[in-house]
Structure formats: structure tokens, C-alpha cells
Design a protein around this ligand. Structure first.
Ligand code: SRM
Ligand code: SF4
Length: 564
């Protein structure tokens, strides 16, 4: 190969190019009596909102029988808004076609796990009947647009939610493939130029994620987004947004070319400029994103490799209006919206803390039944949060006692009886469904939280808000590289620990100790928690303390160098 030959595009680029706008052989494979899809269709089905997985818990016992294929189906729900009837339909579909659970995601979506190939058509059609969709929930397109779920009767929050809807609709794939395959739509001859005016036939180099927050409400983690829109309010009015570009969490252990990155402020845009500004960013990504190495195909690497100044220069050329520099603002709040809250319009909402987003009935905890009972009876508007919780909205004050009674009868604890550390924790699904998991997360975190709760209590730190996020691999699906304590799967039951981020998620944390076995996570953190108790300044959070101490001193407290 000559030195200046363009790098070879990845195999997925070929799958997209030959797919006839995401059709591939999906319809044909669906009609066959197989239990899984071929390699090229496996990458295309993601654009349709589902993933091919296998049940990893039974791999060993099945030995020669091969994998037990199952599918994860993801609903794309801008801003996490769900009506009562949509929720009830999803609740039913989970029983009929999946493993009986609903999984609220860290991007305000809902996932079904354990769907088998023959159930795919019915579940996807069922989701669409409710007017929700799975199209573009995964794949190399704009993903679910996040927005603060605050249900207050406040025009600023409504404006964020409306903008999320506008962006989601504008950047949705336009191909007719989805309707043809899943909704028995008619085949319409489409002209290549008009099918995907934004994406073209190769779509984006990789996924693209947008989140809208406010300087006083960063519940969507704007700094983790490919494009964060940080709303700025002056004199009670949303005057515009700082446009941040280049956030992302995923990295690969041992590959220093990959790393988490915080989105950088590039420009200030007024509310009516948001769509055009996003088109400009998406176009830069489409033209300059890496199409050869999928591990480096995110816009964060364009921002990192070019630097902010160059990115701004290029952005200015793509914008149809003059680029205005971003405002100098700080981010202060990270609300959870749990428990009873007045909405400001005479109605109330109740935020239910859902452990790791899993809505299920298990043992005496009957969360799925409790939510179904309440939703059937009161028909609330529903909002899903970026912390994987659920908010039941538009409730009359008179319903409060009855709703509490229903929750208690199903053993669902009120926030007052859930520790602050649990409220501020999240884990990704990991094993048994995620094919990329190296370690447990959703099933591992409860053990860590139990020990941490006891430790914080014995140190008198139980009223501190400490955020803990655990993932089964370094891809970072619950944004573990910005919080107080990040726990990232490394090898079997061993994890890499990160500290020094903060509750607001405005800076990256740093590696504190590598290869820590799960039962040793809290004992390893203990000296640091003790030092925090002894030396913290007024109002200083745990992550802020670690950040002030710096990586070297922090590691010394753990009796190590941070490395294995
Ligand atoms: Fe994720 C891949 C689950 C949010 C970074 N993510 C996956 C897959 C689909 C595994 C796979 O590719 O085979 C996981 C499915 C597991 C399962 O069994 O359900 C998965 N990601 C999730 C969810 C469900 C985690 C959760 O606990 O809620 C979240 C779904 C959100 C949604 O509704 O769309 C989820 N994933 C995220 C986030 C957080 C965010 O977007 O705010 C990130 C970090 C931000 C980012 O994108 O950098 C994230 N997921 C990844 C990556 C790393 C991508 C990278 O370019 O670095 C992968 C791996 C990949 O795409 O190849 C991944
Ligand atoms: Fe899977 Fe890794 Fe994402 Fe967890 S962080 S869901 S293990 S890809």
C-alpha cells in the first residue's frame, strides 16, 4: 500500500453501502426458520432498533448446542416522554414477547431483553402501534435525544422538551425500509438523493448523541454528549444555548488512542438556530469522522485531534449565520426529581427510584405490578430520567395517600428510605445480555452499594450525595467517567476504580486503582473516604475532594499507584 493511500473503510461501511438504505437481507432472513441473523444484517438491524445477543448465563451448560440467541429491542423516546397508554402497552409487550421486564436506559429510552427472532415483528409492530418507535434507537445515526425530564409547569422546560422532539424528528432516518419490513408498508421506489438528505447512503461514521440541559439542571450530562446543548436562562427567559461538541465515554482497555472526552463549548446559538447548528455539526462529522477504525469513529476524536480553535473555524464555515462565541457559564445542579413534588400548576408528580432502571417483579418487590396498577388507575403522564428512574406526573393531591399505599403494598420503598448513594447510582445491563461485558454491573452494583451504605454510615457520611456508576466494560454506558466513583469492568470479577469527577458531571474523573476484585472495592475506597471525612472543606463533595487532592496523593492513600 502506498503511504498516502486512504485507509480501508471498515466492514460496516460496506454493509451500509450495499444495504439499499438499510434493507439488506433483513426481510428475507426474518422469513427463514433460523434463530439469528447473518453478520452483515447483524449490523443493519441496529438501525432498526434491535441487537442480536445470546444468553451468556447458559453458554456453558449448552456446550455443543451453540448459543441461545436472544434480541434486545430499544425504544427511542425523545426526552423520555411516555403516555399512560403507551406505558401499559410496553408493560404488556414485555410479558408477551420479552423476559417480563422493562429496562429504563441511561438515555431515557426503554429496552426489552430476551426477545426471540420469531417475536421481533410483533413486538416492533406493537411498539409502533403506540406511536413510539425503535427506528434509529441504535446504529450510525442520531440516537435518542435527551432533555431534562423536569415535569414542572415551566415554559423553559417545555421548550427544552419541544426542541428535543424537533431534533429527533429532523434527524430521524427517512428510508422506507423500516415501514416495509416491520409495518408491512408498501415498497416505494426511492431516489437515492432524496431518501436520506442529511445522512446519504453511508449514514454517519458512528452514533451521534444529543442532550439538552440547563446551567442549573445538568441531569442529562451535557458534557458526555456528542453534542450538548446547555440552556442559558436570563431574566426568566431561555436566551439560547452553549453548543458543546465532542463528549463521549467509550474507551478500550490498553488502547491509548481511545479515551473518554468532555464536550467542549464551541458556540452560542439562539433557540431558533439550534436545528441549523446541529445540521452543521452532523455534516462535519459525516465528512471528517473516521470511517476506517470504528473505535475512533466518534466526533470526540475529531474535536480532540483538531483542537477547539480549528473545530470552531470549520464550524463557522458550515453555519449559515455568524458564529458567536460561547458564554462563560458554570453548571451547578444535578436534580433527581424523586418523591412528591408540586408541578406549579396545581398538580403533583412522584419520582420512583428504580434500581438500575430494571422494572420487574422479583421476590417481594413487585415494582412492575405497582407501576401498572398506578398507571391504570390514574393515567399519569410519564417521564423517564437519565438516571434510569420514572416520574409519574399530573397527579391530583388527593391521589397521594392511595399511590403511597399501592407502592407500600408492593414493597416499593419511598425515596426517604433509599440511601442517597443508591439514589445517585446507576449500572449498565452487562452480563447476561450484553455481548461486550467483561464483568457484572447491574447484578454486581447492589452488593457494592450495600457495603458502601454501611461504610458511609459508620463514617457519618450518609447525608453526602456520592454518585456511583458501574459498567461491565470500558464502553461507559452509564457515563462512569464523570461521577464521584466510577467502577469499570476490567477482567472477570476485577474492576478499575475512578474517582475525582463530580455530581454535576462537569469534569472527567481519573483512574485510582486497577484490577480491584468486587468484594475489595469498598475496602479499597475506605482510606479515601476516611481522609475525606477528616479533611473536607465546607460543602465539598467527595469527588471535589479527590480532585483537590490530585491523582498522586489519592492513589497513595489507597496504598498503590493506580496501576495493576
Ligand atoms: Fe451503550 C454498546 C447498553 C448508553 C457507550 N450499549 C452498547 C450495547 C448495545 C452492546 C453492544 O454493542 O453489543 C449495550 C446493550 C446491553 C444490553 O444488554 O442491553 C449497551 N448503552 C446501553 C444502555 C442500555 C445502558 C443502560 O444501562 O441504560 C444505554 C442505552 C441508551 C439508549 O437508550 O440509547 C446505553 N452507551 C450508552 C452511553 C451513555 C449515553 O449515551 O449517555 C454511552 C457512553 C456515551 C458514548 O456514547 O460515548 C454508551 N455503548 C457505548 C459504547 C461505546 C461507544 C464508543 O464509540 O465509544 C458501545 C460499544 C459500541 O458501540 O461499539 C455501546
Ligand atoms: Fe455492555 Fe459495556 Fe455497555 Fe455495559 S458498558 S452495557 S458491558 S457495552
Amino acid at each position: 500500500m502506498s503511504q498516502d493511500a486512504a485507509p480501508k473503510p471498515s466492514a460496516v461501511e460496506g454493509h451500509k453501502e450495499q444495504s439499499r438504505f438499510l434493507r439488506g437481507g433483513i426481510a428475507e432472513e426474518l422469513a427463514q426458520e433460523t434463530d439469528h441473523f447473518s453478520e452483515s444484517d447483524k449490523s443493519l438491524i441496529k438501525f432498526h432498533g434491535f441487537y442480536q445477543q445470546d444468553n451468556r448465563d447458559v453458554r456453558k451448560e449448552r456446550k455443543g448446542a451453540g448459543k441461545l440467541f436472544i434480541f434486545m429491542v430499544r425504544c427511542k423516546i425523545p426526552g423520555g416522554k411516555v403516555t399512560a397508554s403507551q406505558y401499559l402497552a410496553l408493560d404488556r409487550l414485555a410479558d408477551e414477547h420479552a423476559n417480563g421486564t422493562l429496562r429504563i436506559t441511561s438515555r431515557q429510552g426503554i429496552q426489552f431483553h430476551g426477545v426471540i427472532k420469531t417475536g421481533l415483528k410483533e413486538i416492533i409492530a406493537g411498539i409502533n402501534e403506540t406511536l413510539l418507535t425503535t427506528l434509529g434507537a441504535c446504529g450510525d445515526v442520531n440516537r435518542n435525544v435527551m432533555a431534562s425530564p423536569a415535569p414542572f409547569a415551566d415554559p423553559i422546560y417545555k421548550s427544552l422538551q419541544n426542541t428535543a422532539d424537533t431534533l429527533a424528528a429532523h434527524f430521524a432516518p427517512r428510508t422506507g425500509a423500516y415501514h416495509e419490513i416491520w409495518l408491512n408498508g408498501e415498497k416505494v421506489a426511492q431516489d437515492a438523493e432524496t431518501v436520506e438528505p442529511i445522512y446519504g447512503k453511508l449514514y454517519l461514521p458512528r452514533k451521534f448523541k444529543i442532550g439538552l440541559g440547563l446551567t442549573y439542571d445538568n441531569s442529562v450530562d451535557v458534557f458526555a454528549q456528542d453534542q450538548g446543548l446547555l440552556g442559558i436562562v436570563e431574566n426568566g427567559k431561555l436566551v439560547g444555548y452553549n453548543l458543546l461538541v465532542g463528549g463521549g465515554m467509550g474507551m478500550t482497555h490498553g488502547n491509548h488512542n481511545t479515551f473518554p472526552h468532555i464536550a467542549q463549548p464551541m458556540a452560542f446559538v439562539t433557540p431558533d438556530q439550534v436545528v441549523q447548528a446541529t445540521e452543521a455539526v452532523v455534516e462535519i462529522f459525516r465528512q471528517h469522522g473516521n470511517r476506517a477504525d470504528r473505535k475512533r469513529a466518534r466526533i470526540k476524536y475529531v474535536v480532540h485531534d483538531w483542537g477547539v480553535e480549528k473545530f470552531r473555524e470549520v464550524l463557522a464555515k458550515h453555519l449559515p449565520f455568524p458564529l458567536v462565541l460561547p458564554r462563560d457559564v458554570q453548571v451547578k445542579g444535578f436534580p433527581l426529581f424523586l418523591g412528591w413534588n408540586a408541578q406549579g400548576d396545581g398538580k403533583f408528580f412522584y419520582g420512583v427510584s428504580v434500581e438500575n432502571g430494571r422494572i420487574k417483579d422479583e421476590g417481594e418487590l413487585k415494582l412492575k405490578s405497582a407501576l401498572r396498577t398506578i398507571v391504570e388507575k390514574y393515567q399519569p403522564r410519564i417521564l423517564l430520567t437519565p438516571m434510569q428512574d420514572i416520574l409519574l406526573c399530573d397527579l391530583p393531591e388527593t391521589a397521594q395517600a392511595d399511590i403511597e399505599k399501592i407502592l407500600t403494598a408492593h414493597h416499593v420503598l419511598p425515596p426517604g428510605r433509599i440511601s442517597l448513594v443508591q439514589q445517585h447510582s446507576m449500572a449498565c445491563p452487562a452480563i447476561p445480555t450484553c455481548g461486550l461485558a467483561i464483568s457484572e454491573a447491574e447484578r454486581g452494583l447492589p452488593k457494592v452499594i450495600d457495603l458502601l451504605e454501611a461504610e458511609l454510615k459508620s463514617l457519618g457520611l450518609e447525608s453526602e450525595k456520592v454518585s456511583v456508576r458501574m459498567t461491565g466494560c470500558p464502553n461507559g454506558c452509564v457515563r462512569p467517567y464523570q461521577c464521584d466513583i466510577g467502577i469499570v469492568g476490567r477482567s472477570g470479577d476485577k474492576y478499575t476504580l475512578f474517582v475525582g469527577g463530580n455530581l454535576e458531571g462537569s469534569r472527567l474523573n481519573f483512574q485510582f486503582k486497577d484490577l480491584v476484585p468486587l468484594p475489595q472495592i469498598v475496602p479499597t475506597l475506605k482510606p479515601l473516604l476516611e481522609a475525606y471525612r477528616a479533611e473536607r472543606q465546607a460543602g465539598e463533595g467527595f469527588g471535589d475532594y479527590c480532585h483537590r487532592l490530585g491523582a498522586e496523593k489519592t492513589m497513595a492513600l489507597a496504598g498503590g499507584s493506580g496501576a495493576a
